[in-house]
Design a protein around this ligand. Structure first.
Ligand code: ADP
Ligand code: MG
Length: 340
């Protein structure tokens, strides 16, 4: 082989391009869960069922009752940069769906054995597409979509080696569903592992969903957050200082329904607790920021877990004030017991 600098420039084959892209989007089974549940919600699902084998490494299956994918569009759904969610840059600026990059299914299919099973309301039967062979055949199911992802990273052993134990991968998968469940209380979720039902959340109000997912204690030991600054809204619940935890694992933040990890929001929340929380303990909260989509860029990171606010000071202030107000308001109810 000649030294790298002397080799000719070549366009990479599609498959390899997808495998490289998969490195950014698909880190572990939980990433597959996240992407597939995003798609189910974008399709208007009211019920999402996740089935896992071996922590999702052997199987992640996500079943929804959304609008489905038409037979003739099934192959397109697996193509890179193929999406039904945006058609222009203007659309991207006001995007209201979880997806828009059109790369998740292509990326996942390039590092697993993926099958799509779907039926639209116009079709009298469902169709199944096997990604590896391209085989398309009639199948049975009601309106909606099931995506099955088997043997994740079977063709990329280097990646597979980085996976942790099934129990750890399972915990990450559950966390991914939990994040969605807190964003969409109107949707029912069920999670099965190795044939056993491990979680089930029925459609509920937001407060009830918070109690179902995080426990009654979270609701009892938190105050309602409700703050408006023009079109910017911050709602949710913030834990009382006594509910703080040693780990920062109960800090759920959403921007326009999307779970995010954002330094502006984390910092704003932390500042709101400055005077009431001491030491190394971490506040708990579930915060929902609703903002004009044109004032936030969600196309910052392939997994969209990071966002960029056009005016981060405005958002910081709104979140900080929202929590400070909520914590200062007198609370009705029983005396607070420390949370375990
Ligand atoms: P994106 O979500 O960014 O559009 P994906 O690769 O995740 O890209 O999906 C590609 C396309 O396949 C979507 O735009 C959508 O039209 C279709 N699709 C994927 N999953 C579903 C689903 N569960 N129900 C209906 N359509 C789906
Ligand atoms: Mg998607």
């Amino acid at each position: 082989l000649s030294p790298p600098s002397k080799r000719p420039i070549r366009e990479l084959p599609d498959e390899l391009v997808s495998q490289i892209a998969a490195g950014e989007v698909v880190e572990r089974p939980a990433s597959v869960v996240r992407e597939l549940v995003d798609n189910a919600l974008d399709a208007g699902a009211t019920q999402v069922t996740v089935r896992l084998l071996a922590g999702g490494v052997r199987l992640v299956s996500v079943e929804d009752d959304g609008g489905g994918i038409a037979r003739e569009e099934l192959p397109l759904a697996l193509r890179r940069h193929a999406t039904s969610k945006i058609t222009s840059l203007a659309d991207l600026e006001s995007v209201g769906t979880m997806g828009f990059r059109g790369e998740a299914l292509a990326a996942i299919a390039s590092v697993s054995e993926l099958t799509l099973l779907s039926r639209t309301a116009e079709q009298s039967t469902a169709f199944m597409l096997e990604a590896s062979s391209g085989e398309l055949r009639p199948a049975a199911r009601s309106v909606g979509t099931t995506v099955e992802v088997k043997e994740l990273f079977f063709s990329t052993p280097a990646r597979r080696k980085f996976l942790k134990t099934d129990a750890t991968e399972m915990a990450h998968c559950l966390e991914a569903v939990r994040r969605h469940a807190l964003a969409r209380p109107d949707v029912g979720f069920a999670v099965w592992h190795e044939g056993r039902l491990v979680e089930q959340w029925r459609p509920a109000t937001r407060e009830q969903r918070l109690a179902d997912v995080l426990g009654e204690d979270f609701v009892v030991q938190s105050v309602e957050v409700e703050h408006r600054m023009g079109p910017l809204r911050v709602t949710g619940r913030a834990g009382v200082p006594d509910a703080a935890r040693s780990r920062a694992d109960w800090q759920f933040a959403y921007v326009n329904g999307r779970y995010v990890r954002d330094r502006v929001l984390t910092h704003a929340a932390r500042s709101a607790y400055e005077d009431v929380l001491h030491g190394q303990r971490n506040p708990v909260y579930a915060l929902y920021v609703d903002i004009d989509p044109a004032r936030v860029d969600v196309n910052v990171h392939p997994t969209k877990i990071e966002v960029r606010f056009r005016d981060s000071r405005e958002v910081h202030q709104a979140v900080r004030h929202a929590i400070e107000y909520a914590l200062a308001a007198p609370r009705a109810g029983a005396p607070v017991l420390p949370m375990t």
